[in-house]
Design a protein around this ligand. Structure first.
Ligand SMILES: [Zn+2]
Ligand SMILES: [Zn+2]
Length: 331
């Protein structure tokens, strides 16, 4: 249906939502936004449905390139744990679990998002959109807020009962892959998801200046960050080589392999300041020293594999300690 036909068919709703909006001044994208809200016919459903679809499309859309990369041996030279390539069976099992949680937990609750957002003063169906100059600092604030929140909450999840009953599920994969980003206990999704959602809600409450489109841009970037951090690949062109404070896959892959260190999501600074990246940095130093040895490719791969196995063995001990609260005897 065309824009005019959609609008014409729902005149009363159009009057309520957009009676005072100058349609002639809107961009193409803003007109599509109006058409969506009018076509769905109920703002609560329109926002909920759009939020759910955005999550599904971005999440699985971003995972597809990583599934392809995992199936092409050429890329193995950039795999952080080259001996551990996820099988199609593992990836399918993980996809089913993620879908189950999206449909049984997220879908029933997402309809609360619109009323909650509006009650805090967020713009939803409204047009025009804010300019990128308004959106960019807001998105940066959400990144900063989420990263620090995650840094603290993730460490709490590595203790005793919280680990044993909740976070252990996410640590099923010691060599993660893109799809495993949201493979987690529902309570973990709620706890860590708070870091993603609370930033915008608090910002909106205090400033009364936030459009839901900015939140969608933030969630899209956050999904890219989470999936890429779990991808298991560190390419020479990965973002962390351009922005040295960006965490990237190299940072989070170590967390899964060693079961310790690197608790934040997007940035490296908190782990650095609080010293929760010490083992990770020692490991990186050892890899660097191995590279300096000038051994041939095969020999290097053997040395690297030995080191990876050692880190993982230590990780298994660290996991047991976190779960039981009993410190293992040093060997
Ligand atoms: Zn963890
Ligand atoms: Zn993870």
């Amino acid at each position: 249906m065309s824009f005019n036909a959609t609008v014409g068919a729902s005149a009363p709703l159009y009057e309520t939502l957009y009676g005072s909006t100058d349609m002639a001044s809107l961009s193409w994208a803003e007109k599509q936004w109006v058409a969506w809200y009018i076509w769905v016919g109920n703002p609560v459903i329109a926002t909920g449905l759009m939020s759910f679809l955005l999550h599904e499309v971005v999440y699985f859309g971003r995972c597809i390139p990583w599934i392809i990369v995992d199936s092409i041996p050429y890329f193995r030279k950039w795999k952080l744990q080259p001996a551990k390539i996820p099988t199609p069976g593992e990836q399918w099992e993980c996809t089913k679990q993620v879908l189950l949680s999206h449909f049984t937990i997220e879908l029933p609750t997402i309809w609360l998002f619109h009323p909650l957002a509006e009650s805090l003063g967020m713009s939803t169906h409204h047009v025009p959109f804010p300019s990128w100059k308004v959106m960019a600092p807001q998105v940066f604030f959400f990144f900063f807020f989420e990263d620090f929140f995650h840094f603290l909450a993730h460490q709490a999840l590595h203790t005793g009962l919280l680990y044993k009953h909740i976070h252990k599920i996410h640590h099923k994969y010691s060599a993660p892959f893109g799809l495993a980003a949201e493979y987690a206990h529902p309570a973990e999704v709620a706890i860590l998801g708070t870091g993603t959602i609370a930033g915008p809600l608090l910002y909106c409450y205090f400033t009364q200046n936030l459009h839901i489109l900015t939140v969608y841009i933030w969630i899209t970037l956050r999904l890219f960050q989470a999936i890429d951090a779990h991808s298991g690949y560190d390419f020479p062109w990965s973002l962390q080589h351009i922005l040295p404070f960006w965490s990237g896959a190299d940072h989070h892959d170590f967390h899964h392999m060693a079961f310790t260190n690197n608790f934040s999501t997007s940035f490296r600074w908190w782990d650095r300041i609080f010293g929760t990246d010490e083992k990770y940095r020692q490991y990186r130093e050892r890899v660097k020293a191995m590279k300096k040895k000038n051994v041939d490719k095969e020999e290097f791969a053997k040395l690297e594999q030995k080191l990876l196995e050692q880190v993982e063995r230590e990780g298994i001990v660290a996991e047991r300690e976190a779960e039981t609260g009993v410190k293992a005897k040093s060997q």
